[in-house]
Design a binder for this molecule. Structure first.
Ligand code: FE
Length: 343
């Protein structure tokens, strides 16, 4: 913070600085990161990068939509170099808002699989999370439940707890179904899931996990990192983890829906070259482990393994639909959710 304030005083001419003392300011090639991730491991990465390169890293943390809004309002004088956020849907919002710029990097192209990179280099996926089906082990593995499509089977009437449709993870999942199976099938799917609800959508992924563990509902759909948090914790957490069965959907089809934590270089980045360097650094082996472990995610560099809590969930084949396509279908997904009464 001291560093940021000093930068601010030295650069009062920069837009926004005078009004907001806690805003990172570009100075001497320092990079300014706007991030909606807030993990201690990310901080360790910033420090390690500075140690390796001498390039200081300032960060501003806030909700993704607020950060995008801020970059828009700062306009061409924005001090932001890099936007880090989670979910293809939010990266899409950033792309739509016109705040990202195209990056070409052989290092990034070589280290990251195609589907985790924006086709024009507007953003790069740095870690992934899978949206899996979970069930209560005491009630037994639901017979015939192997894909997202199977969730509409009337055999599961009254069994499914899931969070609301305003949640971006569900929007992205439905967006992937639109891409894979078309809007009509996606609509029928959403309608079928609503018909199997155990209760009106409520709570976050964590509360779905605890409801399934407590036997309040048999089946849910959650992101892997929420589950991994219960592994190796206190006895109560471990009990919850042990009572949950995991199904990686669509292993015989498109693969399990995955989403990303990702970053893009900001359109008017004052320190563009260093921002690219930082992105490349984040795909190095040690940085990848830190970045993914900070939130129990899978490293985007697919030759690397996730931490042991995540690996315990099992191996799977991801859906390699490009995250840009998931972004593109967000609006349609929201329309479908509304039309079928998935609140
Ligand atoms: Fe989350």
């Amino acid at each position: 913070m001291k560093q940021i304030l000093a930068g601010c005083l030295a650069a009062l001419a920069l837009a926004g600085c005078a009004q907001e003392a806690d805003q990172p300011v570009a100075e001497n090639g320092e990079i300014n990161i706007y991030s909606s991730r807030h993990y201690d491991t990310d901080l360790a990465l910033y420090e390690d990068f500075t140690e390796q390169t001498g390039i200081a890293v300032n960060r501003l943390e806030a909700d993704a939509d607020a950060l995008i809004e801020k970059i828009v309002s700062e306009g061409e004088f924005s001090p932001a170099d890099l936007l880090i956020t989670v979910d293809a849907g939010r990266l899409w919002r950033a792309e739509e808002a016109g705040v990202l710029s195209s990056v070409e990097s052989e290092v990034l192209d070589e280290r990251l699989p195609d589907y985790l990179r924006h086709p024009d280099g507007l953003w790069f996926g740095l870690s992934t999370r899978a949206r899996v089906i979970i069930y209560n082990k005491d009630a037994g593995r639901p017979e015939g439940l192997n894909s997202y499509a199977d969730l509409v089977d009337p055999a599961y009437r009254g069994d499914i707890c899931i969070r609301s449709s305003s949640n971006i993870y569900n929007i992205s999942l439905l967006a992937s179904i639109i891409a894979n199976r078309g809007p009509q099938a996606a609509r029928e799917w959403a309608q079928g899931v609503v018909a199997n609800f155990a209760r009106d959508p409520q709570g976050n992924d964590t509360s779905q996990i605890e409801s399934v563990a407590a036997g309040e509902c048999r089946i849910s759909v959650v992101n892997t990192y929420y589950l991994a948090r219960y592994a190796g914790g206190d006895e109560q957490s471990q009990d919850i983890f042990d009572s949950i069965g995991v199904i990686f959907p669509d292993q015989d089809g498109a693969g399990t829906h995955v989403n990303i934590s990702g970053a893009g270089v900001v359109k008017n980045a004052p320190n563009r070259e260093n921002a690219i360097r930082f992105l490349e650094y984040l795909t190095s082996e040690s940085a990848q482990r830190y970045f993914a472990d900070g939130n129990n995610e899978y490293p985007a560099v697919t030759s690397l393994e996730a931490n042991s809590a995540v690996e315990q969930l099992g191996e799977f084949r991801p859906d390699t639909l490009n995250a840009a396509e998931i972004g593109r279908n967000q609006a349609e997904a929201v329309r479908i959710f509304d039309s079928v009464g998935w609140n």
